[in-house]
Design a protein around this ligand. Structure first.
Ligand code: ZN
Length: 269
């Protein structure tokens, strides 16, 4: 009898929430219809710390789809993709990999040159001479990869801009979780089309134990005004989603790129 009561109570609860889900005035129903599509393009064969980050990022972005606000797809390759297929996505979340062949690079360039959206993490922007893709430097608005600290470590971050949609609710100074941080030469700050939003504080120097960086301009979050893009330099290891401030920064950057979709801002009601 006791179990019957529990069963009935559970049933009524279920029916109640069902009824609520069908009530158009219920707030969760604002997002009943998925309004845009996002693609996570990542590598599952990169160094383990880069794959660890990708797996946790997939989980992070999947949680943002709760309520069906948007459709999230994932892929480890864009080889053979057509422009038509790529442009279905309001944003490509590019994690620790990049298009490899001339064909897939050309399609990605076409996508970005025609209003595509890009949120890049960490090695998605790796562009040493061997990468042999000059357009990537144009797109990122910086020179080639120059150096990194080792091992991964926490750092003090300073905001460069405090009123951007990406940073306006972020503390002006915060400590970010441990990561491998990249420096570029020349720095993206020297590019007039680039807005640097956050940098590693010079107070971090000397940064690293094995590989030590002792100086240099160190932007870690920026956007290139010529494209609908934002780049976040973190993305190494399994500690990146342990900090609410950095998670908020990630969310902000994602929303920022999607909000500029040429088809309209899906977050505006
Ligand atoms: Zn790394």
């Amino acid at each position: 009898m006791k179990y019957l009561h529990t069963f009935l109570a559970a049933l009524f609860l279920l029916m109640g929430s069902e009824a609520m889900a069908q009530d158009a005035s219920y707030p969760a129903n604002y997002a009943r219809a998925p309004r845009f599509k996002a693609l996570i393009f990542y590598s599952d064969t990169a160094e383990p710390a880069h794959v660890d980050f990708a797996m946790q990022a997939i989980d992070f972005f999947k949680r943002l789809t709760y309520g069906d606000g948007f459709i999230l797809e994932t892929t480890t390759s864009v080889e053979g993709w057509s422009y038509e297929r790529m442009k279905e996505f309001s944003v490509i979340i590019n994690i620790n990999t990049a298009p490899g062949s001339a064909e897939s690079r050309a399609i990605f360039e076409q996508y970005m040159e025609n209003g595509g959206g890009w949120l890049g993490f960490h090695a998605a922007a790796y562009n040493a001479r061997s990468t042999n893709w000059p357009w990537l430097n144009e797109f990122l608005g910086c020179g080639q990869f120059y150096c990194n600290n080792w091992p991964p470590q926490c750092v003090l971050v300073d905001l460069d801009v405090t009123d951007s949609p990406i940073t306006r609710n972020i503390p002006e100074h915060f400590v970010a979780p441990e990561s491998e941080w990249y420096q570029w030469n020349p720095s993206p700050r020297t590019n007039p089309d680039v807005e640097v939003l956050a940098s590693l504080s010079a107070k971090n120097y000397p940064l690293g134990i094995k590989d030590v960086i002792s100086s240099g301009d160190f932007p870690i979050v920026w956007r290139n005004r010529k494209y609908r893009m934002a780049y976040l330099n973190y993305g190494h290891g399994d500690r990146e989603f342990t900090d609410a401030t950095q998670n908020l920064l990630t969310l902000n950057a994602f929303r920022y790129v999607v909000s500029l979709d040429p088809n309209g801002d899906p977050f505006k009601k």
